[in-house]
Design a protein around this ligand. Sequence first.
Ligand code: FES
Ligand code: FES
Length: 156
Amino acid sequence: MTSRKVSIEINGKTYERDIEPRLLLSDFIRHEAGLTGTHVGCEHGVCGACTVQMDGQPVRSCLTLAVQAEGHSLTTVESLAEEDGTLHPLQQAFIDHDAFQCGYCTPGQICSAAGLMAEGRAKTPDEIRELMSGNICRCGAYPNIVAAIQQAMGRS
Ligand code: FES
Ligand code: FES
């Protein structure tokens, strides 16, 4: 297949690569940019583990082609903490509430929750559960995840 040159911005840095047009964004992020904080689970858009933000909106990077990200600004979990190491309120809240066990789903949970916070849409635990329902946690840490998101939203 003919490769194509792309220029993709992730966490404020531009990555120029020659890639196959069919390359998934999740593979670009992990293997071309080396940002392995974004996890891949189902690869079918079901589990939410691969969630990143594109122009501030959560997207499933396993359902997105890398070429579709050209001209957009991507944010992955690596960029959430401050440069001095201060954690994002969501990251701190996940620690405070033990909102993970194996941690595999956690980057996707946090990226989705960051989108909710930015939109200011989820106001109650039920709304958080509904709006986060696309992020599966096989360890079943859901009560702690909801509590963590509430804390980060200042509603705990
Ligand atoms: S890996 Fe993308 S939704 Fe599961
Ligand atoms: S913490 Fe293990 S899958 Fe969510």
